[in-house]
Design a protein. Structure first.
Length: 174
């Protein structure tokens, strides 16, 4: 008797599950049905697999990151709310090895472009991404917003001063 009741209960539960499945599918063609749910890539946008070949106009890591994010709905976080060292990453030249990237997820592409010194920060609420310099690299003497032209000018001026001092020493010796 108990066995018979158990079979009836399982049959009823099975029919209920079957009817639930019938409501969870939609016919999309004569012989095709699908479930009306978002695909995993539609729920987790940064898990979409991409393959990119950057053209010659993409010169910096920042250009490449913006290009990767361009159709994802995500964008770089404003610099005022990001790590102060982030401009160093964004202004870095794009390595040749990164000119062709993929197949790879968007998230892993961002990690590859930034390198091991940076931690990828994702804000899914505002759909921002940012990068924080890892603590062990903050100890390195890094100057954010450096201008290489001013560094070269400074070195040139210092060199010119040293040359003139050497000339003065040489003329005093004679």
């Amino acid at each position: 008797m108990i066995k018979h009741l158990l079979q009836i209960t399982l049959l009823i539960l099975g029919l209920q599950n079957m009817s639930a499945l019938a409501y969870e599918t939609v016919q999309v063609g004569r012989y095709s049905i699908t479930q009306p749910v978002a695909l995993p890539q539609q729920r987790d946008i940064l898990s979409v697999v991409i393959e990119i070949q950057f053209n010659s106009r993409i010169e910096t890591v920042g250009d490449a990151i913006n290009h990767v994010l361009s159709k994802s709905g995500y964008k770089l976080a404003p610099l005022k709310s990001s790590d102060p060292a982030m401009p160093i990453l964004l202004k870095s030249s794009l390595p040749f090895v990164h000119r062709n990237i993929g197949p790879i997820t968007i998230e892993n592409a961002l990690r590859a472009l930034s390198g091991d010194a940076w931690d990828l920060i994702i804000d899914p609420v505002h759909r921002y991404v940012s990068f924080d310099l890892l603590e062990k690299y903050k100890q390195v003497n890094v100057v954010p917003n450096y201008d290489i032209k001013s560094v070269v000018k400074t070195v040139s001026i210092d060199k010119a001063i040293m040359i003139s001092q050497n000339q003065e020493l040489n003329s005093n010796v004679k």
